[in-house]
Design a protein. Structure first.
Length: 129
């Protein structure tokens, strides 16, 4: 893999009616990770009030403080959110955040038979032999 750093892949689900505690736990978990690795975090964060990739909060957002907290957590851990397509109706609650954009070739969504589109990313890594 480029630069021979470990790749850590994680999943995060934030319940829709969740308070800020779930985000605080996410922040704590990211803080505990080693600093010398590639990090990929994907999941349904149920924060549909953000316009990605601009990070503008939508005017009708029901919980702007939690939305801004998530944006700050991603940024504070040196990560970037890479999904720029709608994943559920007119929203993007399904995200992938990475701390090394140079590994990302592209990200896209695929329609599926549920209320969310599938999200995927194509990355540029080569395993050690």
């Amino acid at each position: 893999m480029k630069s021979c750093k470990p790749l850590l892949i994680g999943s995060y689900y934030r319940p829709y009616a969740s308070d800020a505690e779930s985000l605080a736990q996410l922040d704590e978990s990211l803080t505990r990770l080693p600093k010398n690795c590639h990090i990929w975090l994907a999941g349904d964060v149920n924060l549909a009030g953000v316009e990605w990739p601009s990070t503008n909060i939508k005017p009708n957002c029901p919980s702007p403080a939690q939305h801004n907290l998530f944006i700050d957590i991603v940024a504070n851990h040196g990560m970037s959110q890479i999904v720029d397509q709608l994943t559920r109706g007119e929203n993007t609650p399904d995200l992938i955040a990475v701390n090394n954009l140079t590994l990302v070739n592209r990200s896209e969504t695929l329609p599926v038979i549920s209320d969310h589109n599938a999200v995927f990313a194509e990355i540029d890594i080569k395993p050690k032999r």
